[in-house]
Ligand binder design. Structure first.
Ligand SMILES: *Cc1c(COP(=O)(O)O)cnc(C)c1O
Length: 391
């Protein structure tokens, strides 16, 4: 039995699988069980900003694993304390505290609870095309009907307004609104950056009406868009910032950066067993250190602008728009993206979809410029008809 046959037999069934088994990674490259090399623009679905098998992260994990792997937050710990301080010091919202958890959805769940706790209100205003995760609270904020409908009823008092529409936000945010939740660049929803006016307008509306602004930087954080956090690009300061994906060099971890408008949190209202465990904390400290020392945000800005420029010059009637920020890049096609992802894979390039018709690139930020050139060349080949990709 092959690896894929074995996994197919026993896996849950909730994932659409590609016919490829990956067994090893290094930087922005991954290798299949058959030894074939791929340029990886999936980047662990956005978790691999510092690159696969990063040596400094691997060493931090190995050292911490020999020292102490888990410890509940009922006790203090050196790595956790250092990480909380670090996260607060780099926070884009002048946060003064951090809550540590284990995933993006969990960061969103906590942020929703903290907004309700802090305001004593229940309403959450979310965005059309927004994606915030799959647990019941995060799913209630997520827009895509296919993700939601099998699980109705979801958490009450959530509503969705059009993204980037300040007039609708002005109508929707009231004295019953606990929080407004928004991605700075919608990721799964098709790689759509918000406008500065919209985000700053949301911030002003939240302050005026006593609601908490929750910014979801799970995908855009840690250098992806060209700054440490995308919020910095727009001068927006949220009350609660949700983080995960690349926070810990690829290990599962999430965090909420808590700003000063959030009421002092109390014991018992929230918690999680693995939250702030020393292993993930040590990995996160190492990963953030690399992002800063290697100046990966600036690298993402430069390589992103270069790559988007090259993509924009591709002449293909299949491309509707190329957009993005830093190394979060979307190529909106006029048709379904899946066959083109398959064709790219056959040419040694792994990419992601974002919705039905956007080809998304989310490479490790350490990717070489020459690899991005190959990626663009292959995308051009596939989209100008030489790939047999049509539906
Ligand atoms: C991936 C993602 C999430 C969910 O994170 P998980 O770790 O998969 O639960 C939430 N918000 C955004 C913007 C994401 O990209």
């Amino acid at each position: 039995m092959t690896i894929s046959e074995l996994e197919s037999r026993y896996t849950s069934g909730v994932y659409t699988k590609r016919p490829l088994t990956i067994v090893r990674g290094q930087g922005a490259r991954v290798w299949s069980d058959e030894g074939r090399e791929y340029i990886d623009c999936v980047g662990g679905q956005g978790t691999a900003n510092v690159g696969h098998a990063n040596a400094a992260v691997a060493q931090a994990i190995a050292e911490q694993a020999r020292t102490l792997i888990s410890l509940t937050e009922a006790f203090y710990n050196d790595k956790r304390a250092a990480l909380a301080e670090k996260l607060v010091s780099i926070s884009p919202n002048h946060a003064n505290r951090a809550f540590l958890c284990n995933s993006g959805a969990e960061a969103i769940e906590g942020a929703i609870k903290f907004a309700r706790f802090s305001t004593g209100r229940t309403g959450i205003v979310a965005m059309m095309r927004g994606f915030h995760g799959r647990t019941m609270g995060a799913l209630s904020a997520t827009w895509e009907p296919k993700y939601r409908e099998p699980f109705l009823p979801l958490v009450p008092d959530f509503s969705h307004i059009p993204f980037d529409n300040l007039a609708k936000a002005r109508e929707a945010i009231t004295d019953k609104t606990a929080g407004v939740i928004v991605e700075v660049v919608q990721g799964e929803g098709g790689v759509r950056p918000a406008s500065r006016e919209f985000l700053q307008g949301l911030q002003a509306l939240c302050r005026e009406r006593g609601a908490m602004l929750i910014v979801d930087e799970v995908q855009t954080g840690f250098g992806r868009t060209g700054k440490m956090f995308a919020s910095e690009q727009f001068g927006v300061e949220a009350d609660l910032v949700a983080l995960a994906k690349s926070i810990a060099g690829g290990l599962p971890m999430g965090a909420i950066l808590i700003g000063e408008r959030v009421k002092q949190l109390q014991p018992m209202i929230h918690g999680t067993t693995f939250g702030g465990n020393p292993l993930a904390s040590a990995a996160a400290l190492a990963a953030i250190d690399i992002i800063e020392k290697e100046n990966l945000p600036a690298r993402a800005a430069e390589l992103g602008a270069y790559t988007m420029g090259r993509l924009q010059r591709i002449e293909s009637p299949m491309i509707r728009q190329v957009r993005g920020m830093g190394l979060l890049i979307g190529i909106e096609l006029k048709q379904k993206v899946q066959p083109y992802l398959q064709a790219l894979m056959e040419r040694g390039v792994l990419g992601l979809p974002a919705g039905m018709n956007v080809l998304r690139l989310l490479p490790p930020l350490v990717i070489e410029k020459s690899d991005l050139d190959i990626v663009v060349d292959q995308i051009e080949a596939v989209l100008t008809g030489r790939g047999e990709g049509e539906e």
